[in-house]
Design a protein around this ligand. Sequence first.
Ligand SMILES: Nc1ncnc2c1ncn2[C@@H]1O[C@H](COP(=O)(O)OP(=O)(O)O)[C@@H](O)[C@H]1O
Ligand SMILES: O=C(OP(=O)(O)O)[C@H](O)COP(=O)(O)O
Length: 396
Amino acid sequence: MTTLDSYDFSGKKALVRVDFNVPLNEKFEITDDTRIRATIPTISKILNDGGSVILMSHLGRPKDGPTEKYSLKHLVNPLSLILGKTVKFADDCIGASATELAAALQPGEVLLLENLRFYKEEEKGNEEFAEKLSKLGDVWVMDAFGTAHRAHASTAVIGKFFKDKVCGYVMQAELDNAERLLEHSERPFTAIMGGAKISDKILIIERLLDKVDNLIIGGGMSYTFSKAQGGSIGKSLLEADKQDLTLELIEKAKAKGINLVLPVDTVIADKFSNDADRKVVEAGNIPDEWEGLDIGPKTAEIFSDIIKKSKTVLWNGPMGVFEFPNFAKGTNAIAEAVVSVTEDNDAFSLIGGGDSASAINNAGYGDRVSYVSTGGGALLEYMEGKVLPGVAALQA
Ligand SMILES: Nc1ncnc2c1ncn2[C@@H]1O[C@H](COP(=O)(O)OP(=O)(O)O)[C@@H](O)[C@H]1O
Ligand SMILES: O=C(OP(=O)(O)O)[C@H](O)COP(=O)(O)O
């Protein structure tokens, strides 16, 4: 793979696929700009070499062509401010305006294209569409790690239309850190899995059973484990058809001598709301009309003790509905333990998943862990051992 550092962009127009799929509020303001900030070193390297940059990305999942809500024009000012440089905007990613603006681009200038997914051809991996995009630049830089698990026109198919294909700094750092975690992990290795859906994470949990010493399971997915073991979980999140699977995982962990740890207590609520009535009960002892929205204080302590004795930590998925401040304590306690083991025990800590990353960033701990991934699904698929189409395209 050609690295960014080994390539001289002087006089070149670099067509850079980034993942600017950032959360926007109802006023179209960005609520977490991590993914934008992450790309600045890549953009700066190209500009400093004397090249120009054409940025392309998707935003959200628009279904019916151009939509105000999903326009990348909302990112022009924030990006200009972060870069300290005016960013030009093409209100279509292909066609006359994009072609003219790209052709007129001077060394040192940056152009952002409108949302690629305004064309259904993007997600279909359409070759003609990929070829049209490719005409805009001299070299393709793939830096959209968060979207590298999609075989889309701009993330993978486009590669065949370029002689020069370069791996951006974000991609490189993500792959290096994931590799370090999986292949060179110091022990004890603790994985903390949380969030809502077991079905999304089952493959990674199985793969981790071959790697880790401790597997901590919290968050919404833990209630399916509890129910399968005969507990009462009230109205808590349940994937009923995954109960057998959770029992199999428990057995597999036992057979491999892995410490699989589940919550012993939980914070329950009488409705799904920040101002719900709440109390702490033992895990598996939740009354009918109540639901578990956070791990309890004893659990937070047990989990934290294990984390603090680790040398390698992977964290994916919050411990509760951290978006409600009254149910964020468990997630924050885990964030603190991960920071503490990183700083005091010299551990390597990697946080993956959009929600986990925003939980750690919102708590102000983003720069106190070893690495916060910009990928959710992409990181998990990479760790499951899948070849990401965006990586394969760079290697072809
Ligand atoms: N006990 C719970 N009940 C309902 N939802 C939960 C619970 N615990 C966590 N969640 C929700 O899970 C979501 C995050 O899950 P997920 O997408 O799997 O995480 P990530 O994006 O970090 O991979 C959050 O929106 C959070 O509110
Ligand atoms: O936000 C993303 O994925 P993630 O929610 O798994 O982190 C990427 O931008 C990919 O978006 P997609 O899942 O609509 O293809």
